[in-house]
Write a protein that binds this ligand. Sequence first.
Ligand code: ADP
Ligand code: ZN
Ligand code: ZN
Length: 690
Amino acid sequence: MKVYIKFVEHCILKIALDTPLDTFFDYRWLKPAPAPENGAAEATPLPQIGQLALVPFGRQELMGLIVGISEHTDVPAAKLKDVLAVRTQVAPLSEHWLALCRFAADYYQRPLGEVAVPALPRNLRTGKPTLLERHLKKLAKLLPTQDASPNPEPALNPAQQEAVDAIAAAHTFAPHLLYGVTGSGKTEVYLQAAARILAQSNEAQVLILVPEINLTPQLENNLRLRFSGIQIATLHSGMAEGERLQHWLAAHLGQARIVLGTRLAILASLPHLKMIVIDEEHDPSYKQQEGLRYSARDLAVWRAHQLAIPVVLGSATPSLETWQHAKVGRYRKLELRERAVKDAVLPVVRVINLEHEKPKEGLTTPLINAIRKRLERGEQSLLFLNRRGYAPVIACDACGWISNCTRCTAHLVMHKLDHRLRCHHCGFEQRIPRNCPTCGNIDLQPLGRGTQRMEEGLQLIFPEARVFRIDADSTRRKGSAEAAFDTVHRGEVDILIGTQMVAKGHDFKNLTLVGALNPDSALFSQDYRASERLFAQLMQVAGRAGRAAQKEGGNISEVLIQTRYPDHPLYHALMAHDYDRFANDLLEERQQASMPPFIYQALLRAEAKELQTALDFLHQAAVCTAHAGITINDPIPMTMTRVANVDRAQLLVESVSRPALQAFLKEWIATLRGLKSRVKWGVEIDPMDI
Ligand code: ADP
Ligand code: ZN
Ligand code: ZN
């Protein structure tokens, strides 16, 4: 909807600002007086909805977004302030984009400006107009060259072909669950479906979301090789601001036809968006965990619905929400049951009972033997341990002291290489003490094992092997993760030890053994989603094995899981590669226990210096608004109560009706704003960690 105002000398602009206060604010726009030299010849363009405008706000100047234009305002003339400048260099943001932000603001219960303004690149909001013009000039020169020969498309197998046909044929809202085992060629389906969509018009754009770009550079390379001649933009949080603006503008101007990004890319401006892909749709990183706690996956489905375009959710272990949608037919399930590479088969999964096998340096004999077999054949092994550092805690045998963080409900983790104890939650660190701080005992012992200690142990057991560790500590420098993975791909590594970083989509061609060292802790977690996550993680890391055709005389690919609970249903499902059954069982449990996705939830969190202050606030909150059809649970301290000297508590609110919950939240939040309290609080919709 365009608003035309002809021949006006002034009007009222409704401007959304990044403040928690209101949806929008009224400002007066005055037509600037024409400069004497060009007289009336050059008409001043009128402001448009979707343009940025600089306005005075209190003592500051803020960049806001024009969301409405009107002739009227209720603000008294004496109080009405003037717009300082309107950014006319870039095309306005579209109605569709504004609608997406409006939906997100409404659904996640935030003012529009708090959603829309931060979604724009910082340099667009704060940079000088000249900077913007420089970027635009650069882009204009950057017309893609028609490259010699793009990589050819491989012939699809029948299951892949059916999936591509179904996706590309949909000229309306069509949500698809692409349910394919690891290595089944889901990526190829995305690429060929994208190619078909791009061929349908010469301006169509495709958005591809991945959990983390830095861990999957292969996809970006594949895209560039396959679509040479087509401009590809990337959007993720690791980019420098200038680069970010450049890529954002390329998408906004329609120049980039493919946009590859992490969750934040779901809020990119894409005027000709025709398809959305969400790879590994179950991945927790699609949920933003601070500020506007949105789910990029859920917003993607809404966006596709609003634009009447196909959306593809790909996973080997779909989230239960998506699984349920597919079950009742709301999403169409497309299934890839087999590995795409000829003669590549899924690995054999076995459990090793830790009750019977005493581990040495954290490794049981069967696992040691399996690694030895790979070393003999020149094949690679991957060991998965989701715990970085040397040891999760150090302790004194004499008096029972253990290394706790004084600021958090957490242990200080021992990092041996740089002689530090570190809190992984608040960042506190200190030197490893020489003797016990309470009794002076000099014999402090590391308890448990992290990746660093495993690396040390592996080197002891296999002195001739090339052992390599990949985790957040070993890849802190920019670009070092990519370099580390390249080392593995080049075959310069025999045994790779790593955290969940190594589980993501890497296509290791020579890897035939995966060992999961200590996955049990997640089995009995308080978080009801822990087992769903553990299964996905193990399935994903298991999927790194046996991706190439088995070599002549080579080892069959294996996954060995060290556990104290070999009969746990989760491990049984894993051994049978039976996600269907596992997911269906979990769904049934959830239904019986009235848990998501059969119920809708919101979480009120409160933080204060004293736990009691936070709890008092939540008790007050529990009774301050009428709530028919809403269950308000008891306020409780969060599992990790204290982080960085702040105590945290939460209150869970539930309803079987999403609209009822939404209506309640609106009223509730308004009331909460009026409560007198010193706590910092926030409401999260569809929380993931409870
Ligand atoms: P997924 O994303 O499902 O885990 P990938 O897309 O990584 O699987 O594909 C696994 C491997 O199969 C890759 O090496 C890919 O090149 C190969 N591949 C995919 N489709 C085909 C096909 N139709 N023919 C041959 N190889 C294929
Ligand atoms: Zn002691
Ligand atoms: Zn801490």
